[in-house]
Design a protein around this ligand. Structure first.
Ligand code: PLP
Length: 441
């Protein structure tokens, strides 16, 4: 009640707008990560590590829009470059622009698995394109995704897929056939992956194994240290492509992504989020040259082509924002600095959890910090039943996490669903120490 009273007393402007929104927006919010308990917060200003709402309340921003703003919100260098670009040619022409090439060159320079880059509209679109590219290149049809990961909301890969035992889909409106050639395999279970690859070899072959290199949901279910390397070996053995979904990890773990960190080079890399520094149209497929050329096919010939597109893809605004966001990330060593902030936060949270004997566990991979109720994290996800239990527990705890999220907000902290934190270049020691005091409260 104390927390709810805080919202009523301090967030009148947000409350009014949230009510107004419900009349014209289903559920009153558009963004899946937008905080909505007890109602959505309306933000009027964003700068660096902080957000201010329409009522003048100031928050430490650990949502960072779901990850793209590694440099902090509304970074002045990117903003100025975008203004200059808009003055010169507006947001889109549909023709080639210098920054399209500059951005692609920069990504190719830093990402070991990227010889060529194709920009698309979002992470979802880029994963769809990557899968289509893999099928075209290999002439095989099966896709194995490593269980529980979110790869966007396309029919064939949508979150959750089929629940074990019941066969019921977590997301609806998707006919059985749409996921007919997608299989799910649990993280860390290399034997199960091998078995699937063996069976698929007898029935058309596996085009690709698709995974998030930190483990499903940015490491919410972490994978073992050598997991990526071993999946790489299996893919080579079965002549299957390895797709890394680096939508979250790309540039946030380092300029070379998680692939550099683990020293494992995928055949296809999917990028998004940090790629355009928080500006729209963040999505791209990168990969080895001969694979990427399957996006083109032979002009005037009948050779195979994986078709992708989009009216606003590779628009100059996204490209200029992306180019300067990545330049700036490189120059300022943003992944390392934000990672140190993540380490400091995680160590502080550990101390609070220990001192207050809370049923929580916290761990981080650089600037990606997880804060889970301890039952949700299960390192040993070696059976479907265990994963099922985890998902059910996670659902039961959702309300509790929502309440925790609201409590954090009332103490000036915006998190991702109360269970994840993204730090940024703007998170100085003073910001993190301020945040830790608030978490402790
Ligand atoms: N892949 C991963 C690992 C993601 O976390 C997300 C989004 O959070 C996506 C793909 C989809 O990206 P987008 O939201 O840009 O469609």
């Amino acid at each position: 009640p104390k927390i709810l009273r805080w919202f009523d007393d301090k967030c009148g402007g947000s409350k009014r707008l949230a009510e107004q929104a419900k009349a014209v927006i289903p559920g009153g919010i558009q963004h899946n990560l937008a905080f909505n308990h007890p109602f959505a917060l309306a933000i009027s200003h964003a700068e660096g590590a902080h957000l201010t709402d329409v009522d003048g309340n100031r928050y430490i921003d650990f949502l960072q829009a779901g990850g793209p703003t590694l440099l902090g919100s509304n970074h002045p260098v990117i903003r100025q470059k975008v203004h200059a670009l808009l003055d010169a040619c507006g947001p889109v022409t549909g023709l080639l622009h210098e920054y399209e090439v500059k951005l692609a060159e920069l990504v190719c320079k830093h990402m070991p698995g990227v010889d060529m880059l194709r920009l698309l509209g979002s992470g979802t679109e880029a994963v769809m394109g990557a899968v289509r590219l893999a099928r075209t290149y290999t002439k095989k049809k099966w896709i194995i995704k490593i269980g529980g990961a979110y790869h966007g909301w396309s029919d064939q890969l949508v979150y959750g897929m089929r629940l074990p035992n019941t066969g019921r889909m977590e997301a609806t409106g998707i006919p059985r056939g749409a996921t007919g050639h997608t299989q799910e395999c649990l993280p860390n279970d290399l034997e199960a992956l091998r078995r699937k690859l063996q069976i698929n070899r007898l029935r058309g072959g596996t085009a690709a194994v698709l995974l998030e290199p930190l483990g499903p949901e940015s490491g919410t279910r972490p994978v073992h240290k050598n997991y990526n390397e071993q999946v790489r070996k299996l893919c080579d053995e079965f002549d299957t492509l390895l797709i890394f979904d680096e939508v979250v990890t790309g540039f946030r773990i380092g300029m070379g992504g998680a692939q550099s960190y683990f020293g494992v080079t995928p055949d296809i890399t999917v990028l998004g989020k940090c790629l355009t520094g928080g500006y729209p149209m963040a999505g791209a497929i990168g990969g080895k040259r001969d694979i990427m050329m399957s996006l083109v096919g032979g002009i005037g010939t009948t050779s195979r082509r994986a078709f992708v597109g989009g009216t606003l893809t590779a628009n100059p605004l996204s490209c200029v924002a992306g180019y300067y966001a990545l330049q700036e990330a490189h120059r300022s060593n943003a992944a390392v600095v934000a990672g140190q902030a993540g380490d400091r936060l995680c160590r502080g949270l550990e101390e609070i959890i220990r001192r207050r004997r809370l049923p929580y566990v916290t761990y981080n991979m650089g600037s990606i910090v997880h804060l889970q109720t301890s039952g949700v994290l299960l390192l040993d996800t070696s059976s479907m039943w265990k994963l099922f239990k985890v998902r059910n527990e996670a659902k039961q705890r959702k309300h509790m996490m929502e309440e925790m999220g609201a409590a954090y907000t009332a103490h000036g902290l915006i998190t991702l669903a109360g269970s994840r934190v993204y730090t940024s270049l703007a998170d100085t020691d003073a910001v993190i120490d301020d945040a830790l005091n608030r978490f402790d409260d």
